[in-house]
Design a protein around this ligand. Structure first.
Ligand SMILES: *Cc1c(COP(=O)(O)O)cnc(C)c1O
Length: 355
């Protein structure tokens, strides 16, 4: 497939990204687009000026939510180079999400190459101050103008880029999480393991309840018994109990995070004990009562590692650790961000340059 490039006539001024509140509000000059038609497959890959998408009000994605997306980042190293962290894993996961949503898969290798081409054009948009990055949002939407529940026949794949400030501009601050027994994020057999917009729409109500109670994130329990832990907000979750790093096993309703996978791989490479298994909220509360609960942290591309300082379950409120970031969360955060920003060698084969 031949990628065409149409450059914008005028370029915008680059923003000041020292303000972390800018997340997701500023977009670069160009975007990648590609279309799907049953007769042509994925075709017409092109880099074009960033522009609104005009669509028929009956466009299927607007009514039935048939869409998938990804989230990854490009980082600027000390020497000025731009690099990606495990981009092929994001494109692989995009295809797995597409499969669950009856969306035709894309050629992963071509997708990564097209992304690199877009990044080469937009490389001045990758900020260079500590902790900043260029957030990358690949998305596929159903584009048939049709009312009626079925899979769309046509699709648009696009990639947009957004420079983002440092997630922890004021230092690591542990978050407070609320365990909900009244809402669930996903159930096995559903689409919880797909990055699909409906999952996020479905999480808003519980997040709102958590915020009103003074908590930053929702801790999701399983959708059947509300007993086993699944995720925290839109992140995977880890518990350090008696020196062991435990995360819920992927069961079909948990999003298979690339950061989650990286946490497990790095921990194992350091000789730490890890487990992917069912872990109940009762086990966590009991571990805390016996003094064995050492750390809780979330993992995801945006924050990398998000330490949890307080957890509320029913009427019980527990504090985790001493209010500062635990040693394992700290070590993982440093190891991953050092690799992403080129401050440490890539010992895992996770980094890809854009040239
Ligand atoms: C994206 C996402 C994650 C984290 O995935 P990463 O690949 O680590 O960024 C975890 N849970 C949910 C629900 C997500 O959407």
């Amino acid at each position: 497939m031949q990628l065409t490039i149409t450059k914008a006539d005028r370029l915008q001024a680059k923003p000041d990204v020292s303000n972390p509140l800018a997340f997701g509000t500023i977009f670069t000059d160009h975007m990648f687009n590609m279309d799907y038609h049953p007769d042509k497959g994925w075709h017409n890959p092109r880099i074009e000026p960033y522009a609104p998408i005009q669509m028929d009000p009956a466009t299927m994605v607007l009514h039935y939510g048939q869409a998938v997306f990804e989230g990854l980042k490009a980082y600027r190293t000390g020497s000025g180079a731009v690099q990606l962290f495990r981009p092929r894993d994001n494109y692989k996961r995009l295809n797995r999400s597409s499969h669950l949503l009856c969306i035709p898969e894309i050629d992963e290798a071509f997708g990564v190459e097209a992304l690199k081409e877009l990044l080469r054009l937009e490389k001045d948009w990758v900020p260079g101050t500590p902790g900043t990055s260029l957030y990358i949002r690949p998305t596929i939407i159903a584009t048939d103008p049709f009312l009626g529940v079925r899979a769309s026949h046509t699709y648009r794949f696009f990639v947009i880029l957004s420079p983002v400030g440092a997630y922890y501009s004021a230092g690591f601050n542990p978050v407070k999480i609320w365990v909900t027994r009244n809402h669930v994020r996903a159930v096995r057999g559903g689409v919880g393991e797909a990055k699909t917009p409906g999952n996020y729409a479905a999480s808003l109500f519980a997040a709102d309840v958590a915020h009103k109670k003074g908590y930053t994130q929702v801790l999701w329990l399983d959708g059947v018994e509300q007993k086993y832990i699944e995720e925290v907000g839109a992140m995977n979750i880890f518990f350090v109990i008696d020196g062991e790093i435990i995360t819920p096993a992927l069961n079909g309703s948990i999003l298979p995070g690339i950061t989650r996978n990286s946490v497990l791989a790095l921990s194992k490479s350091w000789g730490l004990k890890t487990a992917e298994r069912q872990i109940s909220i009762d086990e966590v509360m009991a571990a805390h009562a016996s003094g064995k609960l050492q750390e809780i942290f979330g993992s995801g591309t945006a924050a990398v590692i998000s330490p949890v300082g307080e957890l509320k379950y029913g009427e019980q409120i527990i504090s985790i650790g001493d209010g500062t970031v635990g040693p394992i969360a700290n070590k993982l955060y440093k190891a991953m961000t050092d690799m992403q920003y080129g401050k440490a060698p890539d010992t895992m084969g996770w980094i890809e340059g854009i040239e």
